[in-house]
Design a protein around this ligand. Structure first.
Ligand SMILES: [Zn+2]
Length: 271
């Protein structure tokens, strides 16, 4: 599932490829109507043509395309969504769900194997992203982490993945950050001391920046806007390394269920 580094990679691709372009024609393929959350698919297709893309920003895992009429096209990729920037004549992509044609004979193709992604065309983006916590890259300080963890007995990993507490982290990068600072993902959030939180905040930033340097992680479906895989999957320390030796101590990496999600960690290095 795309997390902050993958969405940020796509955002940067779109900045150079799509900003300044104007939508010319929109096609929602049969069976993909539910991806369009607001307004109706028919209004969505009528509302975009003629609107120029002024900017592309990001909040957590949401992409926000600011349009020339003041509205905002918001996209969430969920599990298997991708946005591919292609020439109009390029071979059709698998699992194409929504095709957004641009005025330079290119297309933004939204592909999604599981059709769980979402798009909204709204005047007020806060109605969709207003409940998100601070961004894990842009808005993270250790004081923020302190206020998120104070009094919370939930496991620290669950708090890091709670988008209303902190926006942008999923399974991969919460596990990697916790490994980097030697914190057991099961520890109650409120048990972390100030020093732990300072180190954790620094580690979150480091793992996100490193992953962005590798243009994200492609464990399954993730592709950037050019249709290429990221490379960070070759650099993870614990995520999906069940049974493989810890790079620090050689102990096999363990996999457990935590708050309903698979969780990988080193039982020796992480306390
Ligand atoms: Zn270890």
């Amino acid at each position: 599932m795309p997390e902050l580094p993958e969405v940020e990679t796509i955002r940067r691709d779109l900045l150079s490829r799509a900003v300044g372009r104007t939508f010319s024609h929109i096609r929602v393929l049969p069976g993909a109507e539910r991806i369009v959350q607001w307004p109706s698919p028919a209004e969505f297709c009528r509302g975009l043509p003629g609107r120029r893309i002024e900017d592309v920003s990001r909040r957590g895992k949401y992409l926000l395309l600011q349009l020339s009429d003041g509205r905002c096209l918001i996209i969430h990729l969920r599990m298997t969504g991708a946005i591919l920037h292609r020439d109009k004549g390029a071979p059709e992509d698998s699992y194409l769900r929504i095709c957004l044609s641009l005025d330079d004979s290119s297309e933004l193709r939204y592909t999604d194997l599981r059709k769980m992604g979402s798009m909204w065309l709204v005047e007020e983006p806060e109605s969709i992203v207003g409940k998100l916590g601070p961004d894990a890259l842009e808005g993270l300080t250790w004081q923020t982490l302190r206020s998120l963890t104070d009094g919370r007995s939930a496991p620290i990993k669950a708090v890091l993945m709670d988008q209303q507490a902190l926006a942008g982290l999923g399974n991969i990068y919460s596990e990697e950050a916790l490994f980097r600072v030697g914190i057991d993902p099961r520890r109650p959030a409120k048990s972390l001391a100030g020093d732990d939180l300072k180190r954790l905040g620094k580690a979150i930033r480091e793992v996100l920046l490193e992953a962005m340097g590798h243009r994200g992680s492609s464990f399954r479906d993730y592709l950037d806007a050019e249709g290429r895989e990221g490379q960070h999957q070759w650099h993870v320390k614990v995520y999906r390394r069940t049974g493989e030796p810890c790079y620090n101590c050689g102990t096999p990496i363990e996999r457990i269920k935590l708050s309903g999600r698979s969780t990988h960690f080193c039982p020796r290095c992480q306390r």
